[in-house]
Design a protein around this ligand. Structure first.
Ligand code: NAI
Length: 300
């Protein structure tokens, strides 16, 4: 079987100084990509900054015979995001792959969550992914090629205690990914998202300790690398990945209840079972398709 290579490709990986991003950067570089290793270098909650983590990963890549440059910009700011894409273009002439991975945690029960704790998490995960993708977008469109991988989370897709800020950002990234997939389609830009589980400084006190070796970051990166490859056929999808397992996560709709008379509160009550039915589920490819059943009802 042929090896998947990235020779001639330029990849930008955000938050690549530690954890998952570091592993993505090392893997892509080992397979021939020129990599921009971005990391602000703060702590897990996003406090502080240091050029060290990005530089360390670049040194590791170069030592292994790869090509990489460091960028210590903050992806949550327009200057940081545009500076990051400029670093790629200045160093390597273009950008082909954007992996939006940078993230922080400010967990609090909703009762105690401050506006600052909400905003800080949205800023890095959601705004940061928007800003970096936005800065790269014109390059990807003009060259008629791009691969974007966004980092969502099971916490966003299914909800998690103490993570109203984080879950909001992570589910926001699903809508963001699906929309970029639609808008990028005619330019051969593919956007997908992952919902990973891995042992990193972000999760080391959240996951059971005996999981550490089994849920390594190396169990996530192969999916990210495949989604970032030219051969990846799919766009607008979300995959959960970790501990040796990968599965697609669907946003699906039930058969529902439809009637032509004016809807009443009593009709909602009396048809609650049909409204909540999950048999069968339909996965729609776009908003137009999703409106299909309603239009059918209105025109029948
Ligand atoms: P990590 O803390 O090891 O890595 C995150 C990196 O992002 C750090 O190196 C940090 O310095 C960098 N960063 C933070 N704010 C930044 C900013 N404004 N600009 C540039 N860099 C910044 O954590 P981990 O686990 O590797 O997380 C990577 C991504 O995966 C995050 O988006 C996280 O939410 C997501 N994720 C991780 C899961 C896990 O099980 N480890 C589960 C679900 C999602």
């Amino acid at each position: 079987m042929s090896e998947l290579r990235y020779d001639g490709r330029v990849a930008v990986v955000t938050g690549a100084g530690h954890g998952l991003g570091r592993q993505h950067a090392l893997e892509l570089a080992a397979r021939g990509a020129k990599v921009v290793v971005n990391d602000l270098g703060g702590d897990r909650s996003g406090v502080g900054a240091s050029a060290g983590p990005a530089q360390d990963v670049v040194e590791e890549i170069v030592k292994n015979g790869g090509e990489a440059v460091a960028d210590a910009g903050n992806v949550a700011t327009p200057e940081g995001a545009s500076g990051l894409i400029k670093t790629a273009v200045d160093a390597f002439g273009k950008v082909d792959v954007v992996i939006n991975n940078a993230g922080i945690l400010r967990d609090k029960s909703f009762k105690n969550m401050s506006v600052d704790e909400f905003d800080a998490v949205i800023a890095v995960h959601l705004r940061g992914s928007f800003l970096v993708s936005s800065a790269a977008w014109s390059h990807l469109r003009e060259q008629g090629y791009g691969r974007i991988v966004n980092t969502s989370s099971p916490a966003g897709l299914f909800g998690n205690f103490g993570q109203a800020n984080y879950a909001t950002a992570k589910m926001g990234l699903v809508g963001f990914t699906k929309t970029l997939a639609h808008e990028g389609a005619k330019y051969n830009i593919k956007a997908n998202a992952i919902a990973p589980v891995a042992w990193t400084r972000m999760t080391e006190d959240l996951l059971p300790a005996d999981f550490a070796e089994k849920v390594g970051v190396d169990q996530v990166t192969p999916l990210v690398a495949y989604l970032a490859h030219e051969e990846n056929p799919d766009s607008g999808q979300v995959y959960t990945v970790g501990g040796g397992r990968i599965a697609k996560i669907f946003v699906a709709e039930g058969p529902g209840y439809g009637q032509q008379e004016t809807l009443t509160v009593e009709a909602v009550r009396d048809n609650w079972a049909a409204i909540n039915s999950a048999d069968p589920l339909t996965v729609f490819a776009n908003v137009g398709e999703q409106m299909g059943p309603m239009i059918q009802l209105l025109t029948s």
